[in-house]
Design a binder for this molecule. Structure first.
Ligand code: ADP
Length: 265
């Protein structure tokens, strides 16, 4: 971890894959929301963590799912000790604090959440807390960041063009073997021949198009495998547990994955 002299809060390890740090910072300065697109485990959340620390803003993250509604994000009245009290949701808190609000997997959330973010993502930068009869103006430091996995095969929900066009967008892909090796080495704090083998195995699995996988091996799974190997688990077993078993439940596919693993470990 590199210490950030301005905040003394350590900057999380983030290996840049292109110009995303610059684009993110310029978007923040210009009060533009950002959409991070790409498969799971490719560093989207890590970039947001890194940027929040770099820009010295609090980070409020919400993992969106099919039940996430506008009320969950904005807030609600609760009965506590016989009294009715208002509780800000994460979006309202983020606006009040001038935080970075990260809506992970935004497309999974219910359609009313898209309506709720509209006024925050255009020139108004306002949040209407209807139930609490309040209109909040977002301070310049507030930023909305969302992630989206545009993998149609996986059956994930689409984002409407009218929502997409409220963001500037950054693409994340599986990194090149060299870059991926340095991500794993940086994350795990070691480098040895097993890392070369891991990234080659990943390249091979990703290139094997006839494997019926909902999603292929991510950098996250390689980092997990490397950690298990580093702590002394035999490499083949580490990859079987952190890669093959995670990617599939189907006996034939598991066998094919385990055969690929055996080619490298
Ligand atoms: P996502 O949000 O895209 O699903 P994460 O940001 O949670 O993925 O990344 C998953 C893991 O992969 C991280 O915890 C980290 O170990 C590793 N990782 C992936 N890309 C990077 C990167 N560019 N720099 C540092 N770590 C990374």
């Amino acid at each position: 971890m590199n210490p950030n002299p301005d905040t003394l809060k350590p900057l999380p390890f983030y290996k840049s894959i292109g110009r995303e740090i610059d684009v993110f910072e310029h978007a923040w300065r210009n009060q533009l929301p950002v959409l991070l697109k790409g498969p799971t485990g490719t560093g989207k959340s890590r970039l947001v963590e890194y940027m929040a620390t770099k820009l010295k803003r609090p980070l409020i993250s919400v993992a969106c799912h099919e039940e996430t509604s506008a009320v969950d994000l904005i807030g609600r009245y609760l009965i506590a000790g016989g009294e009715t009290v208002w509780l800000d949701g994460p979006m309202t808190r983020a606006v009040r604090q001038g935080a970075i609000l990260y809506l992970d997997e935004i497309a999974e959330a219910r359609p009313d959440t898209m309506v709720a973010i509209h006024s925050l993502t255009d020139h108004r930068r306002a949040l209407f807390v209807d139930r609490h009869n309040e209109e909040l103006q977002a301070p310049p430091e507030f930023m909305l960041v969302a992630s989206f996995n545009p993998d149609y095969q996986r059956g994930s929900r689409e984002l409407k063009p009218s929502t997409r066009q409220r963001f500037i967008a950054l693409s994340f892909q599986y990194p090149s073997p060299e870059l991926e090796k340095s991500i794993i080495a940086g994350e795990c704090g070691f480098e040895d021949k097993n890392l070369d083998r891991l990234v080659k195995l990943a390249e091979r699995i990703r290139a094997t198009s006839d494997l019926p996988l909902a999603e292929t091996v991510s950098t996250r799974l390689l980092v997990d495998s490397a950690r298990l190997i580093q702590s002394g688990l035999p490499a083949r077993l580490a990859c079987q547990s952190a890669i093959a078993e995670v990617l599939s439940d189907d006996a034939e596919t598991l066998q094919a994955l385990n055969e690929l693993i055996a080619l490298y470990f």
